[in-house]
Design a binder for this molecule. Structure first.
Ligand code: AMP
Ligand code: MG
Length: 354
């Protein structure tokens, strides 16, 4: 994420952790394989690192590398602070060409690919809108919501990553309304880089969990990792899924960052067409081999909503998706249905869409 969201250490994270601890302890006793866990605060949220089957000293060396990576990436990709992306955001509205670092160029290029695949439902060029709603800052805004005139003023300029002309390390925007906010993507993209790094350092069985979104590699003594998926309209876990090998589970939810103003909830996932927080969806979970894709896709499908999510999922080559609407109706792909296990009774209403 790189509206560096200050995720509150929610019940979900704690339950997820408890779930891992339970699972892990059993396995540790059975196999006497060491499992090392560390919880750190980085990237504006709680990061849980779980490493299985490594000597303790090696595990702590890897944990140190993970912490360094996250704190570096957090600074470079923060859209509003004085870092590489912050500088890009100052220069883009000038509409002149300027150079920037290869890391930021790659971030923009990867995001643009996913944005196009999602028909711009995932649109990191709407930073000005995110800022207008106040979701750019660490503190949750109190309201009131912005004026229609201010929203309309941004919408009519149609900011998109396609407004960027990227040549080598040079960027130019042809639309002064383009401000980049990778809040819906940078967390996944960072996890991808961190996973590559820890694999190079010798990790083969691990979970990197950033505020409840995670990527796993390998397994635990031949058993998959069991992951809980939060119930968006209640406490605790709605369902669980076993993941192993190289898989990510990312969820976008309207409960993550929101405020209530005069009895109405305004949350942080914005519809680039209307300029308002998306209505009618409470969460979307995506399982995918790439954390960067999973992160962008969960945001995109949240915006696409119950009517359009299936087509966009196909367009983005996603197989395992679950969308929960604001009435608690659950939509999912057949592939997700095969893997997910509901942990609540009565079992919720499910609509499987091919
Ligand atoms: P996520 O929790 O991954 O869905 O990311 C939500 C964050 O992405 C928000 O806090 C904003 O910073 C940003 N965002 C909001 N709406 C969109 C959108 N339609 N496309 C891309 N990023 C968005
Ligand atoms: Mg996302």
């Amino acid at each position: 994420m790189i509206t560096i969201k200050p995720f509150s250490p929610s019940a979900f994270v704690l339950i997820l952790l408890a779930c891992f601890v339970l699972f892990a302890c059993t396995e540790t006793n059975k196999t006497a394989q060491p499992i090392v866990k560390e919880e750190v605060y980085a990237f504006g949220t709680l990061v849980n690192i779980t490493l299985y089957g490594l000597p303790e000293a090696k595990a702590y060396e890897i944990i140190g590398a993970v912490v360094n990576d996250f704190s570096y990436l957090e600074n470079v990709w923060h859209p509003w602070k004085a870092g590489s992306l912050g500088r890009v955001n100052q220069l883009l509205p000038t509409k002149s060409a300027f150079s920037t670092g290869p890391g930021v160029i790659q971030l923009m290029t990867e995001a643009r690919k996913l944005s196009r695949m999602s028909d711009d439902y995932f649109n990191p060029a709407i930073g000005a809108l995110v800022k207008l709603w106040g979701f750019h800052q660490d503190e949750i805004p109190l309201g009131p919501p912005p004026s229609l005139a201010d929203i309309e003023n941004i919408l009519k300029q149609k900011p998109s990553l396609d407004n960027l002309d990227i040549k080598g390390f040079t960027v130019r925007s042809n639309n002064e309304a383009v401000i980049l906010d990778f809040g819906g993507f940078a967390k996944g993209y960072a996890v991808q880089q961190v996973i590559d790094h820890i694999k190079a350092l010798g990790a083969t069985n691990a979970i990197i969990n950033v505020g409840g979104d995670l990527h796993v590699i390998g397994n635990k003594a031949g058993q998959p990792w069991r992951i809980g998926i939060r119930n968006p309209r209640g406490q605790g876990i709605l369902a669980s899924i076993d993941v192993e090998g190289s898989e990510s589970v990312f969820t976008s939810g309207d409960y993550e960052r929101f405020y209530e103003y005069q009895g109405k909830r305004y949350h942080h996932i914005l519809d680039p067409q209307t300029g308002f927080p998306v209505q009618g969806v409470s969460s979307v979970t995506v399982v995918h081999s790439s954390p960067a894709t999973a992160d962008a896709a969960a945001t995109a499908l949240f915006v696409a909503g119950p009517v359009h999510w299936r087509n966009i999922a196909k367009q983005m080559s996603l197989h395992e998706v679950m969308l929960i609407d604001d009435k608690g109706v659950i939509y999912m792909t057949p592939e997700m249905q095969q893997r997910i296990r509901f942990e609540i009774e009565p079992r919720p209403k499910i609509i499987v869409q091919r």
